[in-house]
Design a protein around this ligand. Structure first.
Ligand code: OOG
Ligand code: MG
Length: 262
């Protein structure tokens, strides 16, 4: 069956614009990963056409906790644009989103290009300017936040918003596999994890992103921000929900949800 890449990209982009969920693409037709990434790229072009700028990339489903929560057992890769970044302390506006969730992320700030294939975790650390803590707001465009790997890839891995902490360390200042995160929701501990939750080491996750981009004729670029993947299960954002991720050596990043969910 032929796949209309542009049509599916528009379908998902419309869902973002209307803030309304849509049926998973795989409810309509079979979708392979190559086509799913092509839809993702076409969606990126729609954003860039509206004036958004690529500022980095993200990994999804790099931790067992996330894979289990979403019932998908392979990592995936998506794009970050400037329009997705929230300033520190700014609220997540739920009326701009469909059914947002949030999760803590370790974040790499890159100082050099990295082109796959063959990129290792060691290469990633060499190309990293700094590491900071962050939070991601994900907002699947699919009904009930349910999808297959191909669906979520087409949907830019549910990317919606992200916020970066302002405390940074050098990539070799600490063992990032042992770097701890405490994730609290409305004052209750929701989860704890260390960097090793991300494919054994967060730099290993970023290496996989570089190799993925290399296969697609792209590379990680100097200046980019990379989210290495949620360290634990994401939590629902309701009006007034306050999430705080506190990282060893990286301080805390908090986010409050405001406005009505649809
Ligand atoms: C897919 C995106 C996953 C992560 O960090 O694992 C993701 C989803 O859970 O909707 O961003
Ligand atoms: Mg994430």
């Amino acid at each position: 069956m032929s796949i209309d890449i542009e049509r599916w990209a528009q379908y998902l982009d419309d869902a973002v614009q209307r803030r309304s969920e849509v049926e998973a693409i795989t409810k309509h037709q079979d979708l392979g990963l190559e086509h799913a990434y092509a839809i993702q790229e076409a969606g990126l072009e729609l954003r860039v056409g509206r004036g958004e700028r690529i500022v980095g990339a993200k990994l999804g489903l790099t931790s067992k906790a996330k894979q289990k929560q979403m019932n998908v057992d392979e990592p995936c890769y998506g794009w970050l644009t400037d329009a997705m970044q929230l300033p520190l302390e700014a609220p997540a506006q739920l009326d701009q989103l469909i059914h947002a969730r949030s999760e803590p992320e370790l974040v790499f700030r890159m100082k050099a290009d990295l082109a796959g294939p063959g990129v290792t975790a060691h290469d990633v650390l060499d190309a990293t300017a700094a590491v900071c803590g962050g939070l991601e707001v994900i907002d699947s465009r699919y009904e009930a936040f349910k999808f297959t790997l191909a669906d979520v890839v087409a949907d830019n891995t549910s990317a919606a918003r992200f916020v970066l902490g302002n405390r940074r360390i050098g990539p070799d200042d600490q063992d990032l596999a042992l770097l701890g995160c405490l994730f609290e929701v409305d004052g209750e501990i929701a989860a704890t994890a260390t960097g090793a939750a991300l494919l054994g080491h967060p730099a290993e996750a970023v290496a996989q992103l570089a190799n993925h981009l290399g296969r697609r004729g792209r590379k990680i670029e100097a200046g980019w921000t990379i989210l290495a993947g949620g360290l634990c299960s994401a939590v629902h954002l309701h009006p007034g929900t306050h999430v705080i991720a506190t990282y060893a050596h990286l301080g805390s990043v908090g986010l409050r949800a405001e406005g009505e969910r649809r």
